[in-house]
Design a protein around this ligand. Structure first.
Ligand SMILES: Nc1nc2c(ncn2[C@@H]2O[C@H](COP(=O)(O)OP(=O)(O)OP(=O)(O)O)[C@@H](O)[C@H]2O)c(=O)[nH]1
Ligand SMILES: O=C(O)[C@H](O)COP(=O)(O)O
Length: 206
């Protein structure tokens, strides 16, 4: 049913990741938490892929992360090096070239993503005329499902609202789907403290 969806996970070079945690974590620990978060996401998505049959891709500038992605059975896509939105544009073009009808963007830094919430996004009735947005509690976008190229990506401050406006401007219907386990990502020191309660593997970082 979902064979036409490519799930895309954008991943920075760990050496550049999680800069907002610098007040409490030195660079090696920030790289380490980024790897822990990614490892968890990849294992959850690999399991779900076996169950639901979607395609899985990681877009990254890092050779280390590309190799981890391939080991988890995902496709590693190159990052043109012009930031998150450009990396996702490149991944969406790849999806369109490969004939995927839908893409689903999920960040690698979700605090405690649950399989049932990912299943809901993948199973959500699909239409080339709608853009599905799962907002983050900080106004960001923690899941975005759409036809490749339907709208430009607007990751950054208030991106959930900006993605909804972009959909409307393109004559598409934004569908806002709040899902509890996809509302929380680990951006700030405060997020990290909360996340440590939700996910035991993050406790050593808080
Ligand atoms: N491929 C790629 N992924 C990115 C880029 N920027 C951010 N990401 C990824 O996008 C998701 C959200 O990232 P951010 O919260 O913006 O960055 P972060 O490294 O997690 O944290 P900060 O450095 O504190 O902003 C994470 O999975 C990042 O690894 C980029 O330029 N290229
Ligand atoms: O638009 C967003 O959601 C952010 O720019 C990227 O994700 P973040 O909330 O992890 O920073």
């Amino acid at each position: 049913m979902s064979r036409d969806t490519l799930v895309i996970v954008p991943v920075k070079d760990p050496a550049q990741a999680k800069t907002r945690l610098s007040p409490v974590l030195a660079p090696p620990r920030r790289a380490e938490i980024a790897r822990v978060l990614l490892g968890r996401s990849l294992s959850l998505l690999s399991e779900l892929r076996a169950e639901l049959g979607f395609g899985l891709a990681v877009v990254t500038p890092s050779a280390e992360i590309a190799s981890k992605a391939r080991k988890a059975g995902a496709l590693a896509l190159p990052d043109p090096g012009r930031g998150l939105n450009a990396a996702l544009d490149a991944a969406a073009r790849h999806a369109a070239d490969e004939g995927y009808a839908q893409i689903c963007v999920l960040p690698a830094d979700l605090a405690a993503p649950r399989a049932e919430d990912i299943r809901r996004i993948i199973a959500f009735p699909r239409s080339p005329r709608s853009v599905l947005i799962c907002p983050a509690k900080d106004g960001g976008t923690n899941a975005l499902r759409l036809a490749p190229g339907a709208i430009a990506f607007h990751y950054g401050p208030r991106s959930a609202e900006r993605h909804a406006l972009a959909a409307q401007s393109a004559g598409l219907t934004p569908v806002i789907l709040p899902l509890a386990s996809l509302a929380e990502d680990v951006d700030t020191v405060r997020d990290l403290t909360r996340a440590a309660h939700l996910a035991p593997e993050l406790r050593g970082f808080a």
